[in-house]
Design a protein around this ligand. Sequence first.
Ligand SMILES: Cc1cc2nc3c(=O)[nH]c(=O)nc-3n(C[C@H](O)[C@H](O)[C@H](O)COP(=O)(O)OP(=O)(O)OC[C@H]3O[C@@H](n4cnc5c(N)ncnc54)[C@H](O)[C@@H]3O)c2cc1C
Length: 453
Amino acid sequence: MMLEVPCVDTGNVLDSRPVSVKKGLKCPPVLLFGHSDHSPNPKHEVNSVEHKQHFRVVIVGGGAAGISTAAHLVSAGIKDIAVIEPSDTHYYQPFWTFVGGGVVNAEASTRPMASVMPKGVEWIQARVERFDPDNQRVTTHEGQDIAYDYLVVAPGLQIDWHKIVGLPEALGKQGVSSNYRYDLAPVTWANIQSFKGGNAVFTFPPPPIKCAGAPQKIMYLAEDYFRKQGIRDKSRVIYYCATPSIFSVPKYATALTGQVIKPRGIETFFRHDLVEVRGEAKEAVFRNLQTAEDVVQPYDLLHVVPPMSAPDFIKQSPLANETGWVDVNQQTLQHSRYPNIFSLGDASSLPTSKTAAAIRAQMPVLTANLLASMNGGQMVAEYDGYTSCPLITAYGKLILAEFDYDLNPKETFPFDQSQERYSMYLLKRYIIPMIYWDGLLKGKRWPGFEIGP
Ligand SMILES: Cc1cc2nc3c(=O)[nH]c(=O)nc-3n(C[C@H](O)[C@H](O)[C@H](O)COP(=O)(O)OP(=O)(O)OC[C@H]3O[C@@H](n4cnc5c(N)ncnc54)[C@H](O)[C@@H]3O)c2cc1C
């Protein structure tokens, strides 16, 4: 039986609000849109002040964290904000699991950066390289110094592809892919479709990673697809995971094991870390983290999730803690040593699961505290570690995990969210993307609706 999983584009309605942009602060801004392949509207009004090098608030990174913070500050009446962001494109990464599972096109996860940049914010299209917090300045790769009164650091994290021997060479070829890269998520779907039986192997590295559910979600979609194609009895579906259990929150771990892994015959190897990919031989080498022995696993399909860390320029900066992340107070999101610096999202040291959903809870706390600080006051808001992981368990089924710093469930709906549900799948597929584009990125927190992207 053929599975109907049409590639549906969500139909991005481009927002054509005026935005100002500067590239490295050097070029005449009006020329800059000529460089962007994704400029949504040639009539964009360009109103940047040339060579302005000081801002009331500078935000590093125009991802989920940076754009939502900028938008909220604008709506709170703050003027003189710059977002430093090198990319022409904004990515809705939570869609990449659906791209890998053939549910949406990769393009459905993108919008031109200019279209999500809040009106009135100065977009400096450049890459930050250095921080000088004592002199309240950042320096870009292009050599520009930009001064600030307040700094929000949100450049996301770095994926360390190179830390797995042979992986960079093997990626995208001979059955190897990863949903953690925009261009490779469609390769995952191609690999799933061309798999005719054998070993389908999925990996999870030592944490922290972003969206700790994504490595297993794609496995559940693939397994469901193999079953519907009638090739499940010719296939082994194998999960190698560096952590000791399938999920950090016991309630959802029990549900995943009992409702999904055992009944569907998925094989799990915990405390095993991928150390090498032998692309030619189609072998993956895993280190048993308890015995230090290496296990060689032949594969026909390999979905890799590599280790992740703070971006190098953060690790090497005075803003980092001992593990490299931006060192912030886990309740207030204020920097531990520099009171005029805040951080949220994947780059921050906040000890919760790194998700866009978490950012939805972090952003209102950060902005409330930043505004209080601007008014000379004390911190007024606290973050409890809320995060969410919509665990897609099949086409049309989802367990909605929501929890806090203490791994206590913090569920939105008045039913047991650890049960697989079609309604929650529809929420993830259709409603949460709307919350992302039209709520979070506009700086809003929709009342009474706590779940995030
Ligand atoms: C496959 C996958 C599935 C996921 N599924 C989910 C899910 O179901 N639910 C969920 O909530 N989350 C999910 N996530 C996680 C979520 O996408 C991230 O947690 C979120 O995007 C983090 O936002 P951020 O703004 O911190 O970083 P990002 O969104 O990564 O943005 C960082 C921005 O900083 C910019 N930048 C980088 N370096 C510099 C620099 N030197 N100077 C200036 N700017 C810089 C980048 O260009 C980028 O635009 C998923 C992620 C992946 C990859």
